[in-house]
Ligand binder design. Structure first.
Ligand SMILES: [Zn+2]
Length: 191
């Protein structure tokens, strides 16, 4: 049973066009009847502020010293969570296909890192951020996400504002393909 705030968030996302119903080809190649256009969330400062507040308050007692996210969507959310926690915000990006800290960003063994991400499906990008955090000897205090679409276990306390398990099909088993519904390719996604 979703909480009242989850219902409100889902309604807000629907209203902004962040939750799309249709027939979509995901980056995995699988087909789904739902797609989350996360930048319909991230383009709204008041909505990001509200979402970030829930994440920041959830983890404030864990005393994070820094917020770490993954480029690109996580940067916006991570910055606002960090602003509310009074910490810096840094992000992980790919260099030669490997997730790493660039731009002279630093993490130290004294750091307590809060990892934030917008939408988690396979959990790959969050795991990459956690690997970077640990490789610098920093302690990951938790993972905060807006929408959880899978059942990833990151081995640290994880908080999601919205649970929306993904339902997808191989093209050959897709009921919407069977009904000849035109398919949409919703564009670049990271996971
Ligand atoms: Zn299909």
């Amino acid at each position: 049973m979703p909480s009242a705030s989850n219902v409100n968030l889902a309604a807000a996302l629907q209203e902004r066009g962040a939750l799309l119903d249709g027939h979509f080809r995901l980056s995995s190649g699988r087909h789904s009847n739902r797609f989350i256009q996360k930048f319909r969330i991230l383009e709204s400062p008041p909505l990001v502020e509200t979402i970030a507040r829930e994440i920041a308050e959830h983890f404030r007692a864990s005393a994070p010293t820094i917020v770490v996210s993954a480029a690109v969507g996580g940067i916006v959310l991570g910055y606002e969570v960090a602003r509310q926690l009074g910490t810096d915000a840094i992000f992980v990006e790919k260099e030669g296909g490997v997730a790493t800290l660039r731009r002279s960003f630093r993490l130290t063994p004294e750091d307590r890192a809060l990892v934030v991400e917008d939408v988690v499906t396979t959990g790959l990008s969050v795991r990459e951020v956690l690997d970077v955090v640990r490789s610098h000897g920093a302690h990951p205090v938790g993972v905060g996400v807006i929408v959880e679409r899978g059942t990833a276990d990151f081995g640290v306390p994880t908080f999601a504002l919205l649970e929306m398990p993904i339902v997808s099909y191989e093209a050959s088993a897709c009921p919407q393909c069977a009904a000849n519904e035109p398919i949409t390719d919703p564009g670049s996604r990271r996971n």
